[in-house]
Structure formats: structure tokens, C-alpha cells
Design a protein around this ligand. Structure first.
Ligand code: KG4
Ligand code: ZN
Length: 344
């Protein structure tokens, strides 16, 4: 059994956690930055980086105290090394390096996306490789065949916006503020998902990828028309996203009969309507559906500690001169797709 300290700071959550290789979460804490970024309607990278500097070291002390362990009891230190806002990633990675150096422990540089991708295995011991993963977060929207630790095959990605980005932009233009996803979901519960006719980009296309930019523009036009109530707009938008995710995932499920399960992870996986629809889709294919609990979907330190534990067990550690990476695809061999703002 090994004990791993995990650090996360790639976006606007500062997080630390202590997790064991046998899936015990000894402590985990997340410090959000909503108040800092709310006046700007989105995450301001420089403000985020400074907030991580202020918060990360105290958080590490707190999780050690919560768990009643000393730094010397830890077997390895895992820190997000990318992809993400580079200032924030550097804060977490440098902190991880300093702790590793001071305590004489190995460093595990974790790809934030691998943190999301392996997080379901922290709470689902029976989840075996390979599994089909829908990774939906603020920066990414991908379908991946997870073949093992460090082994990913990307089947689809977005050719423009990520799913979470679409939620955040929709929230902003509906005046629902930041953070957008939970606000849209909340108000959508009072709306009629059939009230506003919105496009489902790429639905029905043989191309496996995602697109959300046209949907966001359609929401903007519908909102500007003044003809619709905000809950109806939110509900109709959410229904369109659900249809896009289900249609694209259906192609991937059909292409991956070897998948042991259909899994969703990332912040958008916290959305109830999306979870319900994906549960039904997995049922169509006779696959188990796995979604981490809500707190493990949005950014946290436990998923980084767990990915660190899996990598450490597989023999991967990293040198102290490992560089922070703003972009870091999980599948470096994946072919480029059309679209200007393609997210790896
Ligand atoms: O994984 P995550 O915490 O950070 C990134 O790695 O990007 O994902 C954040 C994204 C944001 O776009 C947020 O609006 C979205 O997840 N999100 C949601 C919900 N909760 C968070 N989207 C829809 N419904 C939710 N309940
Ligand atoms: Zn994330």
C-alpha cells in the first residue's frame, strides 16, 4: 500500500488530497476562487495563479493534519503538470517539486486529463481496462478508449468549443453569471426543453467529433429575440447538449465493442440530465455505466493523487526538471481535426 499526496492548480480550483493505492481517501480539500473571478464573468489566469500561490501551501498542511500523517509518511507527490492555465500549473508543479525535494520523495507529474480519466477507478474497483470514456470539462470534450495507465486512444474531440465552455458561455449570455454549468442546470429545471428550437451540431453525421459553437450562437440569437423566458432557453440549450453527447457517444460505443463499460468524467459529468441520458445510452449497448460522484467530477486533488498512485504503481516517476505544459494531449498520435480552436 502506498500513500500519495496530490496537488491540483490547473484552473480555478486549488486542491490537495491524500489517497492510498487501495482507494482510501484520507483527506481532500478544494478551495474555489468563485468570488475572485465572478466580477469578470470568467477565470482570469493571473488572478488564478496568484490565488494558488496563497492557498496551496496551507491546503497541503491542512490535508496532512486532517489525515494525521506527516510528509515523511507519503510515498510520492503527484502534481498536475498540464494541460491548463500555465501560471497555475506552474504553481502546483513547483510546489510538488519543492515538497518532493525537501522530503526526498519521488515526483509524479500528472496530466490533468488523466486525472479525470482514471478518477472513476478510485471509486469503482471493478472498472477494468479498456473502457470508453466521455471526458467533458471546461476545456475538453473527447471520447477516449482508456486502454491502461498512460494508454489512450482518442476517438473524437471538439472542433470548436468544449461542452463546459458552451455551458459557461450560455450562462454568461443568459445573465446567469459564473460558474456557468451549475447555474444553467439549476434554472433549466424550471424550463421546457422543447420550448426553443436549437440546432444539434454534427448530430447524424458520420464524423465522430463534437461541435458546440453553432449551438451557442443560436442561443445568443434566441436570447436576443426577447421571445423566450430564460428557464426555457436554458432547458432547451441543455437538451441540445444532451442530444449531441448521446449521438456522438453512440458512434463511439458502436465502434468499441471491447469496452468493458461506458464512463463519463470531468466537470460537465456533474450534470444530472447528462448523467440520466448517458445511463440510458449505456443500457442500449448492455454496458455498465460509471460516473464518479459529483465532487470527483469537478476539479479536485483526489483524482490527481489517484492518477499519481496508478502511475507510481506502474513504475512512472518524473525528474524535478519536468516542465509545466499548457497543452498536453492524452493521445499524442491522434490525428488533427478541422476547426480553428481545436482542443487536443
Ligand atoms: O473538470 P472541470 O472542473 O474543470 C476543467 O478541467 O475544465 O470542469 C469545469 C466545467 C465548467 O465549464 C463548468 O461550467 C462545468 O464543468 N460544469 C457543469 C456542471 N458543473 C460543472 N456543466 C453542466 N452542468 C453542471 N452541473
Ligand atoms: Zn478538469
Amino acid at each position: 500500500m502506498t500513500l500519495i499526496l496530490g496537488l491540483e492548480s490547473s484552473c480555478d480550483e486549488t486542491a490537495a488530497a491524500l489517497v492510498t493505492s487501495d482507494r482510501a481517501i484520507l483527506a481532500h480539500r478544494v478551495a474555489g476562487q468563485e468570488a475572485e473571478h465572478r466580477p469578470y464573468g470568467g477565470v482570469v489566469p493571473e488572478i488564478a495563479a496568484r490565488a494558488h500561490v496563497d492557498r496551496l501551501a496551507p491546503l497541503v498542511e491542512q490535508v496532512l493534519a486532517d489525515a494525521g500523517v506527516a510528509l515523511s509518511d507519503v510515498d510520492a507527490i503527484a502534481a498536475t503538470a498540464g494541460p491548463g492555465l500555465i501560471g497555475g500549473v506552474m504553481v502546483g508543479l513547483v510546489t510538488g517539486k519543492a515538497l518532493a525535494h525537501a522530503a526526498g520523495k519521488p515526483l509524479v507529474a500528472v496530466n490533468h486529463l488523466e486525472g479525470h480519466a482514471l478518477s472513476p477507478r478510485l471509486v469503482e474497483p471493478d472498472l477494468r481496462f479498456p473502457y470508453l470514456l466521455l471526458l467533458v470539462s471546461g476545456g475538453h470534450c473527447q471520447l477516449l478508449l482508456v486502454e491502461g495507465v498512460g494508454a489512450y486512444r482518442r476517438l473524437a474531440t471538439t472542433i470548436d468549443d468544449a461542452a463546459g465552455e458552451a455551458f459557461d458561455k450560455t450562462a454568461k449570455l443568459l445573465g446567469l453569471g459564473y460558474p456557468g454549468g451549475p447555474a444553467v442546470e439549476h434554472i433549466a429545471a424550471e424550463g421546457d426543453p422543447r420550448a426553443v428550437a436549437l440546432p444539434r451540431p454534427l448530430v447524424g453525421s458520420a464524423e465522430p467529433h463534437f461541435s458546440f459553437a453553432g449551438l451557442k450562437s443560436a442561443v445568443a440569437r434566441a436570447a436576443a429575440s426577447g421571445a423566450h423566458a430564460t428557464p426555457d432557453l436554458a432547458a432547451s440549450f441543455q437538451a441540445a447538449v444532451v442530444d449531441c453527447l448521446v449521438d456522438r457517444s453512440r458512434i463511439a460505443l458502436a465502434a468499441c465493442p471491447q469496452a468493458t463499460a461506458f464512463v463519463v468524467a470531468g466537470g460537465v459529468a456533474a450534470n444530472g440530465a447528462i448523467r440520466t441520458a448517458l445511463t440510458a445510452l449505456a443500457g442500449e449497448f448492455g454496458k455498465p455505466f460509471v460516473a464518479p460522484p459529483l465532487w470527483l467530477c469537478t476539479d479536485n486533488g483526489a483524482m490527481i493523487a489517484w492518477a499519481g498512485a496508478e502511475r507510481f504503481a506502474a513504475g512512472f516517476t518524473d525528474p524535478l526538471d519536468t516542465a509545466a505544459r499548457p497543452r498536453w494531449p492524452l493521445d499524442p498520435a491522434a490525428e488533427a481535426v478541422r476547426g480553428a480552436g481545436v482542443k487536443a
